[in-house]
Design a binder for this molecule. Structure first.
Ligand SMILES: [Zn+2]
Ligand SMILES: [Zn+2]
Length: 235
């Protein structure tokens, strides 16, 4: 029996064929099936989406992505998320990020592992948070999701500017502004030559894409590399 991280009810978590016969770490399911149904899973969501960022739209490429294509003509990667933002997830993020309940990072560990391990021979790069946030919260909520999902990662991007929370700004403010990131050059130098040159930048939530494109711009300083992006949720 497992205890659900959200409702504290005991539930039965049967071993699947995949658990037994794959090399994946044996991560327990952390939520009962009724709690899992509180969230909108991208794989179950229907309706037309933007091919590049999964925004709900009738167009093949949404307006946000067209804007980014103009600004970053050399970038052709795409964004994928595990969940779609909904009121239950908003409440979850409130407890996780703003009340600092670190253990909640276990909630999606198994699903996140299965989702991200579809990407082979890539290096995962988490979005860094500001030092102020780190002091207040005590942990980087993006890295914590990867840690509990047993996804190895490298902190190739560092934060230089102490920017305020993106959510407290208007859309226009979020879209403009300066790049708060820099490349961790020491770590790049230390990486072996046989390292894969394909990267997945990972964030907790993808909304306008502004943060992600700054991170892409920073990582592209490495040179000719492949970059795609992922997040726990799509705003
Ligand atoms: Zn539950
Ligand atoms: Zn798009």
């Amino acid at each position: 029996m497992n205890q659900c991280l959200l409702c504290q009810q005991d539930f039965y978590d049967p071993l699947t064929f995949q658990d037994v016969f794959s090399w994946s770490p044996l991560l327990p399911t952390s939520m009962c099936s009724s709690c899992q149904q509180l969230f909108t899973w991208q794989k179950n969501s229907q309706g037309p989406q933007c091919q590049r960022c999964q925004k709900i739209t009738e167009k093949q490429v949404c307006l946000d992505c067209r804007h980014w294509q103009k600004l970053y003509p050399h970038y052709s990667g795409s964004h994928r998320s595990l969940l779609v933002y909904n009121p239950s997830l908003q409440e979850w993020f409130h407890q996780y990020k703003f009340q600092g309940n670190k253990q909640l990072a276990h909630s999606f560990q198994k699903q996140l592992y299965l989702f991200l391990s579809n990407y082979k021979n890539v290096i995962f790069v988490p979005i860094p948070i500001s030092e102020n946030r780190m002091k207040k919260r005590g942990f980087n909520q993006v890295e914590q999701l990867l840690k509990y999902a047993k996804i190895p990662y490298k902190n190739l991007i560092l934060r230089t500017i102490e920017s305020d929370s993106q959510t407290s700004k208007t859309k226009q403010e979020r879209i403009s502004g300066t790049n708060p990131f820099k490349l961790n050059k020491q770590m790049i130098t230390d990486m072996k030559d046989d390292c894969p040159m394909s990267f997945i930048i990972f964030d907790d939530v993808y909304t306008t894409g502004r943060t992600m494109y700054w991170a892409i711009e920073t990582l592209q300083e490495i040179g000719e590399i492949e970059i795609n992006t992922c997040s726990l949720a799509r705003g």
